[in-house]
Design a protein around this ligand. Structure first.
Ligand SMILES: Cc1ncc(COP(=O)(O)O)c(C=O)c1O
Length: 383
């Protein structure tokens, strides 16, 4: 294929090994893991192996992994489940203005139920101020939810500091982290962050879509969103999606393999794209953190005077695939709440594109993308 796929924060191409495994499990190991015969047992072993793989990447106990239908469900399970279950202890919740809609909309829902929610602001790099968090945590705070890597700008939040502050001020406040963009791609310092709940998704790491997990620390109580059988400790009842879960486990293991060198590779790709645009005298602005500080695979750029959607389609015609704003928000061309919250002016908001890399990309692609963007920007500026 000649296409250059730079939309890996929206979703990734599955590893062929993952596709092979999922297909094999679907056709051959089709038993219900709850069945008592050997077909059920075999399916149960598939689940156990995937749980082991995911837990090992997170460096946690297998028993603490709850498989879900993806990041969205894991975020709902964490935020709504923790708030409702612990309401007798308090009604105060804290999150940030840059969370993914699957977190933000849970908090909006909880506000309707009478919870009080504080939304932490971010600076121009998209990063929260830990001291602002310190000013908010109190004895009524039951849950704090802060993402790791932002899906639009790649900003990384100071989670270790946040964890320290939260636990210092209220030992029983639950700390949830949406790590959908960083799981297996970056080291997750679960212990150092003093995290209680971590959300992961499979399709961002070359696994099947429609599967993910929530890591639930020992002792953390959640109210389930679904009621049924006792699967996944009763938190996620329903017959398990074994083919997808098997693929997720393998994808997690494969993505995390050689993590350090992949991080270096992704950072090099990002810098190659920036360098390639500079070499071609293209006028652009980097949105969010300094490229060396943010997540290695995400780069958000504005091209003043060029409409993002037009540029996106012009690049598509050249076989280069990127996002305008955040693709997770479907196709509505509304200004991004993340870019607004880092204080981007209208002109830059409307011309912002997100380039997101994976280890399947190479430097030639980054350079060809820079050439394509330069050509497209020039064409559009001359129109
Ligand atoms: C930061 C973040 N959280 C949550 C999600 C939702 O994950 P999923 O697509 O698996 O529901 C996404 C992407 O869609 C994301 O980027």
């Amino acid at each position: 294929v000649n296409e250059i796929y730079l939309d890996n924060s929206a979703t990734t191409r599955p590893y062929p090994e993952v596709v092979g495994l999922a297909a094999r499990v679907m056709s051959d190991i089709y038993g219900n893991p709850s069945s008592m015969h050997d077909l059920g047992l075999a399916a149960g072993q598939v689940l156990a192996e995937a749980r082991r793989q995911v837990a090992s990447v997170l460096n946690v106990n297998d028993k603490e992994i709850i498989f879900t239908s993806g990041g969205t469900e894991a975020n709902s399970m964490a935020v709504i489940g923790a708030a409702r279950r612990n309401r007798n202890r308090g009604d105060h919740l804290i999150t940030t203005v840059v969370e993914h809609s699957s977190v933000l909309n849970c908090f909006r829902c909880l506000e309707q139920e009478g919870f009080r929610v504080d939304y932490l602001a971010v600076d121009s790099r998209g990063v929260i101020d830990p001291e602002a968090l310190r000013a908010l945590v109190n004895e009524k705070t039951t849950l704090v939810s802060i993402m790791h890597a932002n899906n639009e700008t790649g900003s990384l939040q100071p989670l270790a500091e946040a964890g320290r502050i939260i636990k210092e001020l209220n030992r029983s406040a639950i700390f949830h982290i949406d790590a959908v963009q960083s799981f297996a791609r970056l080291p997750l310092k679960t212990k150092e962050w003093q995290a209680d709940l971590i959300t992961c998704s499979s399709h961002k790491i070359h696994g099947p879509r429609g599967v993910g997990c929530l890591w639930v620390n020992r002792g953390v109580q959640l109210e389930p969103l679904l009621y049924g059988g006792g699967q996944e400790k009763g938190l996620r009842p329903g017959t398990e999606n074994t083919p997808a879960i098997a693929g997720f486990g393998l994808a997690a293991e494969m993505t995390a393999q050689g993590q350090d060198s992949k991080v270096a590779q992704l950072m090099a790709l990002k810098l190659a794209l920036i360098g390639g645009l500079h070499d071609r005298d293209i006028h652009f602005k980097i949105n969010g953190p300094d490229p060396a500080e943010g997540a290695p695979h995400i780069l958000n750029l504005s091209f003043p005077g060029v409409k993002a959607e037009v540029l996106l389609h012009s690049l598509e015609a050249k076989g280069i695939y990127v996002s305008a704003g955040s693709a997770c928000h479907s196709r509505r061309p509304e200004p991004s709440h993340v870019l607004e919250s880092i204080g981007l002016e209208e002109k830059l908001l409307k011309s912002a594109l997100r380039f997101s890399f994976s280890s399947m990309n190479c430097e030639t692609e980054a350079d060809r993308a820079a050439a394509g963007v330069a050509e497209a920007v020039r064409e559009l500026q001359n129109m």
